[in-house]
Design a protein around this ligand. Structure first.
Ligand SMILES: [Zn+2]
Length: 335
């Protein structure tokens, strides 16, 4: 069934039940409208509002798939509170299979809080800020690493000073059972959806659940089962939180990736060869990446060594590497 277009002012945010909408966003300078899928599910008892967003970047697929399944399977008659699900936020980017919008070239995750008079990406962001984030108590923005980097499977949130908010963020992030939770920095960019949600006092969780523009089996499972766990943790669904940790892990490892000056970049262009697996614990001085110059076939590769002890959080996935590309991120565990 193709869902009808509904004007923003006609969305029913509050009545018991499950409703699927297509929210129209008019193209810049064309007689056409992008349709943003949005589902509102209101339970039979009052409670928190969980917002689930996928497809903020158009080449990341675990979020859209898990969110679509959640729309299909969530039973409002079993639920307290409200769930707002947007399986694909940047529809033009998603249709093009690209990180940024094919219509205005903008990165949705740098467009917040948005601008009602801006181009289409800014206007979608503004709609989310005004109509969706303003109604939310918990936001989960499901990302993956896209096409250039491989990542640990993790949940994430920004550095938080408020102790109560920090505790709620750790608890909510841990409910996903990913091997890692990553605390990250605002220095890597501004205008993030999560940054805006955090400013509004919302418990806000991001994720990195796959890479390489694929649909990762475990990534989808962590997203889908993790969201069900989050709902149980916050008393929106009955039942206990179940452990989703892989058998190789006895806990979610909390790591801090807050200093972008520690990101290791390629000193020279070439073909990068990873020497350690993602998630590995390395020690300072360990060889971690080799850059090969195929114009000088007899020359040994340039070895990059770890500059600290820690876990390999991200590494370059695409082999072709330019001088200055990030080849690896190593970070320490925090308590
Ligand atoms: Zn992303």
């Amino acid at each position: 069934m193709i869902v009808n277009v509904t004007a923003i002012s006609k969305i029913d945010w509050d009545s018991e039940g499950k409703r699927n909408y297509h929210i129209p966003m008019t193209y810049d300078g064309e007689w056409a409208r992008v349709r943003i899928p949005l589902c509102v599910i209101c339970g039979i008892k009052p409670g928190k509002t969980l917002t689930v967003i996928g497809g903020t970047h158009g080449d990341e697929y675990e979020g859209p798939v898990a969110a679509k399944k959640l729309i299909e399977n969530l039973d409002f008659s079993n639920m307290s509170g409200r769930v707002i699900i947007i399986p694909v936020l940047n529809v033009p980017a998603f249709k093009a299979g690209t990180r940024v919008s094919s219509l205005d070239g903008m990165n949705m995750n740098r467009a917040f809080p948005g601008d009602a008079k801006g181009t289409i990406t800014s206007r979608i962001a503004r709609f989310i800020t005004d109509e969706v984030l303003s109604r939310s108590t918990i936001v989960v923005d499901i990302h993956s690493a896209g096409e250039t980097m491989e990542t640990i499977r993790c949940t994430s949130f920004h550095e938080i000073q408020d102790p109560s908010m920090y505790r709620q963020s750790v608890e909510t992030a841990s409910a996903f059972g990913t091997p890692f939770t990553m605390i990250y920095t605002s220095d890597m960019g501004s205008g993030l959806l999560t940054e805006e949600a955090e400013k509004m006092g919302i418990v806000t969780i991001g994720t990195e659940l796959g890479y390489g523009a694929s649909t990762d089996l475990d990534g989808v499972r962590w997203a889908y089962d993790g969201l069900n766990n989050v709902m149980k943790l916050h008393k929106m669904l009955p039942g206990e939180v179940i452990s989703l940790l892989p058998p190789t892990h006895d806990r979610t490892i909390l790591v801090k990736n807050t200093d972008i000056d520690t990101w290791m970049t390629a000193p020279t262009s070439g073909i990068s060869e990873p020497l350690v697996p993602i998630g590995a614990y390395v020690r300072k001085g360990d060889p971690v990446t080799c850059i090969h110059d195929f114009e000088q076939i007899t020359k040994p590769g340039y070895i990059i060594k770890a500059d600290r002890d820690g876990y390999v959080l991200q590494r370059r996935f695409r082999a072709s590497t330019r001088q200055g590309d990030v080849v690896m991120v190593i970070a320490e565990e925090v308590n």
